[in-house]
Design a protein around this ligand. Structure first.
Ligand SMILES: [Zn+2]
Ligand SMILES: [Zn+2]
Length: 372
C-alpha cells in the first residue's frame, strides 16, 4: 500500500483527473474499507490492516479566482448511483452494487461514471459513530417516538450505510455601514376615555411615546466556516434536525477515507452555495446593526455591506443512512456521523392520534360542562 500513500500525498496540487488511489489489499487484492476507529484500511477477507495516519497535509481555503486550481474528482475509482426520485448522486466503490437510493430508498436508480470534473473535497470529518452505536441510537429513537404503532417498538432489523455528504464552507470579512431612526421612549399623562364595568369614564393615563432621532454607525465582522449544504439527498431542514457539525474536527482529505463508504457528489455548485452564504451573512448583519442602534427601538434601518476576503473549501461530513421496513413500506432515518443524533421518518398511528384528540376534546368538553 505504499503506492497509495505516495499517490495520495499530492500536497494540494491539482491532480490529473485520471489519478486515483488504489485501495485493494496487497495480500489478497480484495477491496479495502477505511475504518475511522482504527485509522486504517481494513481487509474483510484476510484481516490485513494498512494504517492511514490522520492529520497530514494542510487544509487550503481558496478565493473564487483560485477555483480552477482546486483538484478534481474524488481520487478513487468509484461509480455513481443517480436516484430518479430525489436526484442525489452517490458515489460508491466499483465492486459494490446498490439497488436503492441511500437517502430516499427509491429503487429508480441508475449506475453511471463519476463526474471527474467535480471539485475534490478539501477536508472531511471522519465518521466517529460506529455501527453498534447507530443501532443503539436507532432503537432508542424509535422507542421514544409518540403516536406510533406499537409494533414499531420491535423494529430492529435495518440497513445502515455510511455516507459522506457534501458541503461548502465560506470565510469572509464584512464591513457594514448603517443608518436608522433611533427611537427613545418617554411617557406622558393624558386624559383618556376608558370603559369601566360597562360605563365610559374619563381618566388620566400614563401613555408611552417615542422620540425619533437620526442615527448611523458601522461595524466589522468576520465569518469563519459558514456551512452551506451542497447535497441533493439531504434537505436543509433535515440537516438542521441532525444538529449541525463541528468543523474543528475537519481533517485534510485523503481518497482512502472513502474506501468502502458512500460519498455524495455536490449538486449545488460553489457559486450557488455562495449565494446562500451571502444572504445568510446579510440577514445576520442586519440583525447585528439593528442591535447597534441606540435607544429603545428603531425604524428605517438601512444596512450597506461590503463583503471581502472570501475564501471557500469543499468538505464532506458524515451521516449514517438507515432504512427499515414496516408494513411493507421503507422508511429512511439519518444519524449524524459525528454526534450520533437521529432524525428521520416513522409511520404514525392514526388510531392513537385520533384517540388522543378525542380524549382532548373530552377534557375540553368536561371543562366547559363544569363551568356551565
Ligand atoms: Zn486481504
Ligand atoms: Zn433518492
Amino acid at each position: 500500500m505504499t503506492d497509495a500513500a505516495t499517490t495520495a500525498d499530492h500536497g494540494g496540487e491539482p491532480l490529473e483527473s485520471g489519478d486515483s488511489v488504489q485501495v485493494r489489499c496487497e495480500v489478497c487484492t480484495a477491496p479495502l474499507t477505511w475504518d475511522p476507529q482504527a485509522d486504517a484500511l481494513l481487509c474483510a477477507y484476510c484481516d490485513t490492516a494498512t494504517p492511514v495516519p490522520r492529520g497530514e497535509g494542510t487544509i487550503v481555503e481558496r478565493t473564487f479566482e483560485e477555483a480552477g486550481e482546486a483538484a478534481r474528482g474524488l481520487g478513487l475509482d468509484m461509480r455513481v448511483v443517480t436516484c430518479g426520485n430525489c436526484g442525489a448522486r452517490v458515489a460508491m466503490g466499483e465492486v459494490e452494487t446498490s439497488s436503492n437510493c441511500v437517502y430516499c430508498g427509491s429503487s429508480q436508480v441508475l449506475t453511471q461514471e463519476t463526474n471527474r470534473n467535480v471539485i475534490r473535497p478539501e477536508s472531511i470529518v471522519p465518521l466517529a459513530v460506529s455501527k453498534d452505536e447507530v443501532r443503539a441510537g436507532f432503537v432508542k429513537w424509535i422507542r421514544g417516538l409518540w403516536f406510533r404503532p406499537s409494533k414499531l417498538r420491535h423494529v430492529e432489523a435495518f440497513k445502515a450505510v455510511g455516507v459522506y455528504v457534501p458541503f461548502w464552507t465560506y470565510d469572509s470579512n464584512v464591513h457594514s455601514d448603517w443608518t436608522a431612526d433611533a427611537g427613545y421612549y418617554y411617557y406622558v399623562n393624558e386624559w383618556r376615555n376608558v370603559r369601566v364595568n360597562g360605563r365610559w369614564v374619563r381618566r388620566m393615563e400614563r401613555v408611552r411615546k417615542v422620540r425619533w432621532e437620526p442615527a448611523f454607525g458601522a461595524r466589522d465582522d468576520v465569518y469563519d466556516d459558514l456551512l452551506v449544504n451542497a447535497s441533493r439527498g439531504v434537505s436543509v431542514s433535515l440537516v438542521s434536525a441532525l444538529g449541525g457539525f463541528d468543523t474543528t474536527a475537519l481533517l485534510p482529505y485523503k481518497p482512502e477515507y472513502l474506501a468502502g463508504w458512500r460519498a455524495e457528489e455536490y449538486q449545488r455548485d460553489l457559486h450557488d452555495g455562495w449565494g446562500t452564504a451571502q444572504s445568510r451573512i446579510e440577514e445576520r448583519q442586519r440583525a447585528r446593526c439593528g442591535g447597534d442602534v441606540p435607544g429603545d427601538t428603531h425604524r428605517r434601518l438601512d444596512v450597506r455591506n461590503r463583503i471581502f476576503g472570501v475564501r471557500w473549501k469543499h468538505v464532506l461530513l458524515p451521516l449514517w443512512s438507515l432504512s427499515y421496513a414496516f408494513n411493507g413500506k421503507t422508511y429512511t432515518v439519518l444519524v449524524n456521523g459525528q454526534t450520533g443524533r437521529v432524525a428521520g421518518e416513522a409511520p404514525y398511528s392514526w388510531l392513537k392520534i385520533a384517540l388522543t384528540v378525542l380524549a382532548g376534546v373530552g377534557v375540553a368538553a368536561g371543562i366547559v360542562a363544569t363551568q356551565g
